[in-house]
Design a protein around this ligand. Structure first.
Ligand SMILES: Nc1ncnc2c1ncn2[C@@H]1O[C@H](COP(=O)(O)OP(=O)(O)OP(=O)(O)O)[C@@H](O)[C@H]1O
Ligand SMILES: [Mg+2]
Length: 269
């Protein structure tokens, strides 16, 4: 050890402590920034889904009113109504309201803030993401194909995982619409080995026109979009790699972009 006197030594210790404090503050600032971005990204997803829910509710609302139109007409005309007809109408009403309330449940669950690590079924989360987006998929004729032989269980944050799916599906949808791809299609493939679950999401929109391709994961990186904020993929990578210890990567295939999410079945280090 070099010969330093006591005073220098304490001076050094003090400086060291100051530096540590500065680093700690910067880390905390960064964490707060990520939290804000996370909330922003969830709000964007909220907007997208509100839009979808209003689409999804229009249909059952129409059905509801059409169920009671003949009954109302008969009442007005003073025509006798069979008990059977009323029973059937009530049954339809129950079915339709059940469907509408399940849409709202999905929505509410997705926005629940309980951030707990839990076991969840991958297919269930894919279905929720799809259900929350299906109206805009249908409106744009986008076909979603899910190729799966198993329904693996993942350990992690299920709502955050769904948020990642929504971010990637939204981007694919944007690219398919923007490029006016004939027969727009998104394929989801689920593979599983001893301890990993690999989810591939591939579209046929021609691929990512950014070099190096990894730039799409940078915060605020957006390319070729009118209202892009560039938070979606940055946030997705943070969720998968920091919160769930997994991996999120992207490659271009001969059809389009292929996002790969790798997560684990048991261990979160
Ligand atoms: N499936 C895809 N096909 C082609 N380009 C894509 C695809 N997914 C992402 N990109 C490119 O990556 C960029 C970054 O995506 P990201 O989701 O982070 O931000 P964004 O979609 O622009 O904005 P937002 O914050 O609203 O999601 C996009 O602007 C787009 O250029
Ligand atoms: Mg996006």
């Amino acid at each position: 050890m070099p010969n330093i006197d006591k005073k220098d030594f304490f001076e050094l210790l003090k400086k060291n402590k100051e530096l540590q404090d500065i680093i700690q503050k910067e880390i905390e600032k960064n964490r707060q920034k990520d939290e804000i971005l996370f909330a922003q990204n969830k709000m964007a997803a909220l907007g997208e889904m509100l839009n979808n829910i209003s689409h999804q509710w229009r249909q059952p609302l129409m059905e509801l009113s059409s169920v009671f139109i003949p009954i109302e007409a008969k009442v007005n005309l003073g025509v006798n109504i069979e008990l059977e007809e009323i029973k059937e109408a009530i049954q339809s009403l129950n079915q339709i309201t059940k469907y509408m309330s399940s849409t709202i449940d999905d929505f509410r669950n997705f926005f629940a803030t309980n951030k707990e690590i839990e076991n969840f079924k991958l297919l269930e989360q894919i279905n929720i993401a799809y259900k929350l987006m299906s109206a805009s998929f249908k409106a744009n004729n986008i076909l979603l194909e899910i190729i799966v032989s198993k329904n693996p269980t993942i350990i992690g944050y299920k709502n955050e995982y769904t948020q990642v799916l929504i971010n990637i599906l939204n981007n694919a949808k944007d690219a398919l619409i923007q490029k006016k791809v004939p027969n727009p299609k998104i394929i989801i493939r689920i593979k599983e080995n001893e301890d990993e679950i690999i989810l591939d999401i591939e579209d046929n929109a021609g691929g990512i026109e950014v070099f190096p391709i990894e730039d799409v994961f940078k915060p605020f990186f957006t390319y070729g979009k009118k209202n892009g904020t560039g938070i979606g993929l940055f946030m997705s990578k943070l969720i998968i790699e920091n919160s769930m210890n997994g991996k999120l990567t992207v490659t271009n295939t001969n059809l389009g972009a292929n996002f790969k999410i790798i997560t684990y079945k048991t261990i979160i280090k």
